[in-house]
Design a protein around this ligand. Structure first.
Ligand SMILES: *Cc1c(COP(=O)(O)O)cnc(C)c1O
Length: 412
């Protein structure tokens, strides 16, 4: 695991020293916060080369998270679709049920080393909140999680989980009461006390160094997957990669290890929700334009005045009007194809994977599975698709049966 972690160094050429991926990223924040971000950057750049920090993180990945997570050949689904062979990177098997523990552990260890007392963060589906509350409990820090009231109602089991783990869940009751407002509220709280608190951002978004740092922590996903896929396929690379994109951390985690392998086609999947009217989707890269939100430059869903538009997706974790700056760079450079999947397609994939493979995926991850289901029949049986199964769907079952159960023969 230590050797695998050290391979992250091959991704360090991006961003530049000011945190830019091409024209995207950077840092657009009040001076007082900039000083703190500079301190975090200096400290992070030091510890990412530090043997004892790498060893500590590697041991937590292995013995606490249960890494490496397997790459699994989805034989039944592949056979049923009759096209390309589908493989799943099983981040759903991680402790806490998703990829987010990979970056919250890294952030919590860094905060502890910097002498911080409390971790704070926003959460959408509650997955980042649970992953951070878990890391806070383990490392011994206090933890406040800001969460929109709509998400609190929708993701009740995760709210309880955070509280059991000793975190405080702070309800956010303005605007649409979802992820964007939770970020606003967490930022506000951070501004009040950036010295004792550490804002552990939940994806590859926010001002520099967060898009870089969270990418570094997540890149273990792709490093492992490349090796595991090769071991199952005579040393070959996958022909296609697929991952869902909310802020974009699980996708950057998988993609980073393959960006230089030109034969590998890469798909980032955004939610088209109920359709492409404003407020009905969260397809930032597909429908947005460049702008600045939450301290960084990237594609955004915004109105003419530059105000963020309301967003919607059946997947709370994908419900954000911005996206990580490296994704904006990868879109413009055409290295990654960004495509969309609707609520209905995602829910169909949720049931399909559950019933063909015995794996209940998170609704977020179901967007990636849906894209693989769409793609596979168009490709020859000799081709392969590696999907990042970013999380498990236990958190979603009540919501899914309530809203879609009847459609799939369940009487709820
Ligand atoms: C949070 C979450 C996502 C979306 O976040 P990214 O930063 O885009 O990866 C995707 N899948 C699961 C299971 C999540 O919990």
């Amino acid at each position: 695991m230590i050797e695998l972690l050290k391979r992250r160094a091959e991704f360090y050429e991006f961003p530049d020293d000011r945190g830019y991926f091409g024209e995207y990223g950077g840092s657009f924040i009040p001076e007082q916060l900039q000083k703190i971000m500079d301190e975090i950057t200096v400290e992070y750049l030091k510890i990412r080369e530090d043997e004892s920090y790498i060893k500590e993180l590697a041991e937590l990945y292995q013995y606490f998270v249960g890494r490496p997570s397997p790459v699994y050949y989805a034989k039944n689904l592949s056979k049923k679709l009759g096209g390309a062979q589908i493989y799943l990177k099983r981040e759903d098997l991680n402790h806490t049920g998703a990829h987010k523990i990979n970056h919250t552990l890294g952030e919590a260890l860094l905060a502890k080393k910097m002498g911080k007392k409390k971790l704070i963060a926003e959460t959408g589906a509650g997955q980042h909140g649970v992953a951070l509350a878990t890391a806070a409990a383990l490392v011994g820090l206090e933890c406040d999680i800001y969460m929109g009231e709509v998400d609190i109602a929708k993701e009740h089991p995760n709210v309880v989980r955070m509280e059991i783990l000793g975190a405080r869940v702070v309800p956010v009751s303005f605007g649409l009461k979802t992820l964007k407002e939770a970020v606003d509220a967490a930022f506000e709280a951070y501004l009040k006390d950036p010295v004792t608190q550490f804002y552990a951002i939940g994806s590859v978004v926010g001002p520099h160094p967060f898009p870089m740092m969270v990418r570094d922590f997540q890149s273990i996903v792709g490093i492992e997957a490349k090796e595991q896929f090769a071991a199952l396929n005579d040393g070959k690379l996958p022909d296609n990669l697929v991952a869902c994109v909310g802020g974009g951390s699980n996708a950057m985690g998988l993609f980073s290890a393959f960006l230089k392998d030109e034969s590998v086609k890469i798909y980032g999947v955004e939610p088209s929700g109920r359709g492409f009217k404003d407020g009905d989707h969260a397809a930032t890269l597909s429908k947005g334009t460049p702008g600045i939100l939450h301290g960084f430059k990237s594609y955004l869903l915004q109105d003419e005045k530059g105000e963020p538009l309301p967003v919607y997706s059946v997947a709370s974790g994908l419900d954000y009007p911005g996206v990580g700056p490296q994704h904006s760079y990868l879109k413009d450079s055409k290295r990654v194809n960004y495509v969309t999947i609707s609520d209905q397609e995602a829910i169909a994939a949720f049931f399909e994977l559950s019933r063909t493979e015995g794996i209940i995926p998170a609704i977020e991850s179901s967007h990636a599975v849906a894209q693989a289901i769409k793609l596979a029949p168009q490709l020859p049986v000799t081709e392969t698709i590696l999907v990042n199964l970013s999380g498990r769907g236990d958190k979603d079952i009540d919501f899914v049966v309530k809203h879609y159960g009847k459609q799939y023969g369940l009487n709820y």
